[in-house]
Design a protein around this ligand. Structure first.
Ligand SMILES: Cc1cc2nc3c(=O)[nH]c(=O)nc-3n(C[C@H](O)[C@H](O)[C@H](O)COP(=O)(O)OP(=O)(O)OC[C@H]3O[C@@H](n4cnc5c(N)ncnc54)[C@H](O)[C@@H]3O)c2cc1C
Length: 385
């Protein structure tokens, strides 16, 4: 049976995040964005609301919800601002989920309660300066020396990796060679402040300006052997699973941005006048808004579908890639149309649509570029290169 209505619990969560986004995020986020400053008070507030712990069981300090609940929260946040939304998205999907899904019991008990309360952020370092799409080409190495891993290498564009509350970065590294000659890749937890682990100055970005992104380097960085995430040699499979799940979350974030464009424009076209009438009375503007609503709506259905397959335990790789692709296209197209509808004001940083325009592009790049999504969809159709 097909039923896309939200249950009362999902609806209550959606409404409470919407209220938070409109009342607490919207009035202040523009200034953080302009100053390229991480919004600690907002992250703290999201922690108090339990948003970081949404898909984590109560025994680890979470809310006992599921990944779809996280997606709903992300959509409502991104409807107002994407820097705050990506901080939550990366915090959960890249910081928390690998520990929850693949960590040892000890690692879960050490990290999950504080992560779930938003007191500590975890990051995930997969991309390297030499390339992100070809994630198997990892050059960072980790060599076991007695009961310690010695890590050397660098990672690029890592979200939440340099805040005052960053607790660790899980990094992928080559830990050996398999019998067939391919690389053995493992994931290792590196706590913030470990000697030899350096966080470079934050990047100055085109968008997501109030989120935290750094290049990281590891120079004979030693961590206990027990910091291996789950099993040795499982790093590649772990990050593939992490990214598949993350795509659904990023799709929700894109839908939020696309819907936020509709929200802003609906208000504006009823106020702005040109040639003696409000611009909302012109059919050219109405058609733009109809197309924008259509994109947000279809992208939402795509991520609902991927998320429901995920929750039912069915294969959802293709649907996750489709959702991410549809949603990032919707976000880009809506941001462009919204900026056009706002005219000159749309090009000003202080208007939300100005931010939406700058924030939309990364959705076609992060957690797998649009080309990578097409590669995944083609592969799921049985096509081989
Ligand atoms: C703000 C921001 C935050 C990020 N956060 C994180 C994070 O927290 N953790 C993390 O690990 N990474 C993170 N990333 C990295 C991100 O995931 C990568 O940028 C992305 O995967 C693309 O990798 P790349 O930049 O190296 O591009 P490349 O892989 O070098 O790709 C360059 C271009 O070539 C295309 N291309 C590559 N291979 C093919 C092919 N086979 N066929 C056709 N086209 C191809 C790509 O689609 C792209 O258009 C972040 C990036 C940004 C900008």
């Amino acid at each position: 049976m097909v039923d896309h209505r939200l249950s009362e619990e999902y609806e209550a969560l959606r409404e409470s995040v919407q209220t938070f986004a409109r009342k607490e995020v919207a009035p202040v986020i523009g200034e953080y964005y302009e100053r390229e400053e991480f919004p600690y008070p907002l992250v703290e507030a999201m922690g108090r609301m339990g948003l970081f712990g949404l898909p984590i069981p109560e025994e680890y300090g979470g809310m006992g919800g599921d990944y779809f609940a996280l997606c709903l929260a992300l959509e409502e946040l991104a409807r107002v601002d994407s820097s705050v939304a990506i901080t939550l998205e990366a915090g959960v999907s890249l910081g928390i989920m690998p520990i929850y899904r693949f960590g040892t019991d000890e690692q879960r008990r050490t990290w999950l309660p504080r992560l779930a309360r938003g007191e500590v952020l975890g990051a995930f370092g997969l991309t390297e300066p030499g390339g992100g799409s070809d994630a198997g080409a990892t050059r960072t190495t980790a060599v076991l020396d007695g009961d310690e891993w010695v890590i050397n290498g660098s990672k690029a564009f890592i979200t939440n990796s340099g805040t005052d509350i960053t607790g660790f970065v899980t990094v992928t590294a080559v830990t050996g060679q398999r019998p067939d000659g391919s690389k053995e890749i493992s994931a290792i937890i590196v706590p913030a402040g470990t000697p030899g682990f350096t966080v470079a100055k934050k990047y100055s970005k085109v968008g997501w300006s109030a989120s935290d992104t750094h290049e990281l380097s590891f120079d004979n960085c030693r961590v206990p052997a027990a910091n291996l995430l789950g099993e040795r040699g499982r790093g590649y499979a772990q990050f593939l699973a992490t990214l598949t799940e993350g795509r659904v979350a990023i799709a929700a974030l894109g839908v939020g941005l696309a819907q936020g464009c509709v929200d802003e424009c609906l208000r504006y076209v009823g106020e702005r006048e040109a040639f003696g009438r409000t611009i909302g009375e012109y059919q050219a503007i109405q058609f733009k808004l109809a197309d924008m609503e259509l994109r947000a709506h279809t992208a939402r259905l795509a991520y609902y579908d991927a998320a429901s397959r995920m929750l039912r335990g069915e294969p959802y790789k293709k649907e996750a890639a489709i959702a991410k692709l549809v949603s990032s296209n919707a976000a880009m197209d809506n941001a462009r149309d919204a900026t056009q509808i706002f005219g000159g004001y749309g090009f000003m940083n202080e208007t939300p649509v100005g931010r939406f325009y700058r924030d939309a592009k990364i959705l076609e790049i992060g957690e797998g570029t649009s080309e990578v999504q097409r590669m995944l969809i083609a592969r799921e159709l049985g096509l081989r290169a």
